[in-house]
Structures are given as C-alpha cells and as structure tokens.
Write a protein that binds this ligand. Sequence first.
Ligand SMILES: C[S@@+](CC[C@H](N)C(=O)[O-])C[C@H]1O[C@@H](n2cnc3c(N)ncnc32)[C@H](O)[C@@H]1O
Length: 329
Amino acid sequence: MAGSSTTAPARRLADRKTKTPASITTSPFSDPATQQRLLDLVHSAFSAAFAHPDTLAATVQQVKRHLYDRDYLSAFSSPDYLLAYFLRWSPARALAYLSVVGDLCAPTVPDFLLGRRRSAKSRSKRVLCIGGGAGGEVLAFTCLVRMLRASDVHVLALDIADWNGVFSRLRDGISTSSAFLPSSSSKSTELDTPFTDVKLEFTQLDVLDSSALDFSTFGLLTMLFTTNELFAQSKPRAIAFLRHLSATCLPGTLLLVLESAGSYSNITVGTKIFPLHYLLDHTLTSGDTPSWRILKQDDAAWFRLESSGLRYPLQLENMRFFLRFYEHL
Ligand SMILES: C[S@@+](CC[C@H](N)C(=O)[O-])C[C@H]1O[C@@H](n2cnc3c(N)ncnc32)[C@H](O)[C@@H]1O
C-alpha cells in the first residue's frame, strides 16, 4: 500500500494484466462528488480531532514510524494512535473500497445488498469485515447501501485491536448523517431518529482464534489488507482459519480479498516463496473438492486519487492492490 497523491481532478483505476480485467469506469461510486461527500462525513463526525491539527499530525507521524517498522502492535497500541490511523488512512481506503465493491464487484455485490442474488442461502444481507475495525469497509458499505437505496443491511466489523472508541464515533456520525440519502430524507438534516438502513457493529476478536465462529450467517465476507497480517502471525493458523471459513460458509457466500500487490505479499513456505494470492487460490479453489470459485481476479490494480479538488485535512493516498473475489460452491 503506497503511492503519492497527484494533481488531476479525477480518480482513475488502471488495470494491470489480469485474466478477467477490471474496467475503467466513471460510475457514481467513483465520482468526485460522491468521494467528497464521504470525506465530509468523516470530517464532520471527527471535527473535535481535526480541531487540533498539530497534535493530530504529530500522532500520525508516530503511527507512521511504527507502520514503517512493521511494528503493528505498537502502531495500534493506544486510543490516540487508533484515532490517528483511522483519520489518516481509512478515508482514502473507503473511497477505494467503494469503487471496488460498487464497480469492480458489480453486479454481484450490489445485487447481494439489494437481496437480488438467486442463491437462497446467500440472501442474508449480513456482511462480515474481518480486520475491519479501522472503519474503511464500514464507510464504503454504508455509502454503497445508501446510494443503492438498499435496506436492512447488517455490517459486522471484526478485529483483534480495540477499535471500539473510533468505531462508535464513526457509527454515531454515520447514523445521524443524511449523506448519500435521497433528498426527501435529508430534509430533516439534524436528525432526532438515526437512520436504520444499515446496522453497524464491532466485535473485538482474534480471527485466528475463531474455531467456534460460525460464518454461515454471512452472505459476504471481506478481508481487506488483513490477510498478510494473519499469515505473519502464524502461517499454520492462517491456513487453518481459511479451511474453517470454507467449511462453515454456505454455498453462494461471497468472499472479497484485497492485499498489497507485489513482493510485500510474498509468503515463504519452507524454502519457497509464493505470492499470497497463489496461496489463497490454492487453499480455497484447488483440490478434489474445491470450496470456492473465482468470480473476479486481478493481480495488480491501481486506485488513484488524482484529485487536488478533494478537500480533506490529511493526505489521501493511491492504492495498489491485488483482488480476489470468490463465491462459495
Ligand atoms: C492493515 S490493517 C487494515 C485495516 C482495514 N481492513 C483497511 O483495509 O483499512 C489490518 C487490520 O487487521 C487487524 N488484524 C490483524 N490481525 C488480526 C487478527 N488475528 N484477527 C482480527 N483482526 C486482525 C488489525 O488490527 C488491523 O485493523
């Protein structure tokens, strides 16, 4: 995950070589006006933190140093660090994820959120975001749900770190914001009754300890920039987790994995080095009875926020990622 902000007032998704190429698109989900609304939602929900820009900038620098050293335990070790991480990195990720789920994974993800998927067992509009405590996925799904005019969607973010503070502030900001709602709904801008189109929940849990977790109630699971960390913690437990996931998900369940493209996502097994997406494909889709099939794949795609026009107090970064979008058989 890297890249620098550039200047043109548009965002572009440029694909690299892929079996099923992602398309360059200018949909409502990647429109600059949509993106600005999402950023404004964050800005207004966290206005208190932005009121002290020097303190925030200093904390962001400390977190950045820990991330650079790949010292994730330290990077996520205090409420101030978590807040700074969220404000600095999650909004840009949310913009990328909105484009991924709204455009690249269309029509499957939008159809799922609208309850239009044919497989009866995948009708539950429950989304599980593994490693999603930092809020990027939650923001993206909220915007997508509202833009699609979907309803009764339940998003559960599960994370090993204690994101409770940031998450509940974000949820309050979302539930009292009329952003992305039809203009008739937004007439009552200062809301007495929070909107209920999307229910947002957070659970603090080590997913590698999740042998008792039943994934069968979810129709869509995401692991966005989390799988590398799971493999770094323990390769055997990460593989066991993927097998447990495969064993408990129902047919028709969707699984979206994004991770850094390139050598950052290489995993050493014995004396050999494998790209993470190769290990994922091997674990999930090969063997005599494969559990999943690939709906969409891309080994290296860019999400570019080339927008000097977007207003947000902190830097917004481009994102390079690999994508795997699976369906359970
Ligand atoms: C690089 S961050 C990505 C956050 C978010 N998914 C995003 O894309 O913006 C990785 C996240 O995975 C979480 N995580 C790491 N190991 C985990 C585990 N064993 N169980 C659950 N969450 C984990 C971290 O706490 C962190 O929030």
